[in-house]
Design a protein around this ligand. Structure first.
Ligand SMILES: *[C@@H]1O[C@H](CO)[C@@H](O)[C@H](O)[C@H]1NC(C)=O
Length: 223
């Protein structure tokens, strides 16, 4: 990468603030008290939250790890095994992306409850009977917050999914678009074509410098 400047975008009624820190926009509430998963979830609802926090994007995941670092136990989160889907789904109905750091129990009906394993920065599925701490959150109006870096040129990938291609006027618009789409992992802006290609999970094998292409590389679950 010839340019690697940190870029963070908040969409607050169309105001764009670059190089801003801390994800205060996630309405998560960390509960350090210990309860089993069912009583924790009703506690979250009693406090006015939709339930456990959904941490489906890299930014939400990294933020959840950060705010729960003081907890004595691992943390219940809003991911449950759904029998109809035969897999684990986020509580807002989102299907987890392939790069979400889930342990091996994601498709096992015995382990219905998602838990954030803070030390390993991983999500494990558990039965939920034992007392743990919990993270409450709202499921609707999920905040559009995104962090990433700017790269001049086009991604070279061994594997990628094109989520969408749309007409935009600027690189910033493309970066904002990427941050608003939970599948997005990179957004390629082409200034000749005025297109924004939203790319999903990818395996990178470098990049090709191209004057007309600027790529927004969204942060990952591991950064
Ligand atoms: C969870 O905790 C509540 C309150 O202590 C208790 O009534 C309930 O039986 C527990 N549920 C499970 C599945 O252990």
């Amino acid at each position: 990468m010839d340019s690697n400047c940190p870029l963070m975008i908040y969409v607050i009624s169309s105001a764009i603030v670059l190089n801003f820190t801390v994800g205060v926009m996630f309405h998560f509430h960390n509960i350090e008290n210990i309860r089993n998963s069912t009583s924790h979830e009703s506690f979250c609802k009693d406090m006015g939250y939709d339930g456990f926090a959904v941490i489906s994007t890299p930014e939400a995941f990294v933020y959840a790890i950060k705010i729960t670092h003081k907890n004595r136990r691992n943390v219940f989160i809003g991911a449950h095994y759904q029998p109809e889907a035969v897999t684990t789904i986020w509580d807002d109905g989102t299907v987890p992306r392939s790069d979400t750091p889930f342990g091996s129990r994601k498709g096992n009906p015995i382990f219905k409850q998602g838990r954030l394993q803070r030390g390993e920065n991983e999500i494990v599925m558990v039965m939920g009977n034992f007392g743990k701490t919990g993270l409450c959150g709202n499921h609707k109006n999920y905040p559009t917050e995104s962090r990433g870096t700017t790269m001049r040129g086009e991604l070279l990938t061994t594997e990628e999914t094109i989520v969408s291609v749309s007409q935009v006027f600027s690189y910033v618009e493309c970066a904002v678009l990427c941050g608003a789409v939970h599948e997005c992992r990179a957004g390629e802006f082409n200034s000749d074509l005025l297109t924004c290609t939203v790319i999903g999970e990818y395996q990178s094998s470098g990049h090709i410098p191209k004057s007309e292409v600027v790529t927004y590389i969204r942060q990952t679950f591991w950064s």
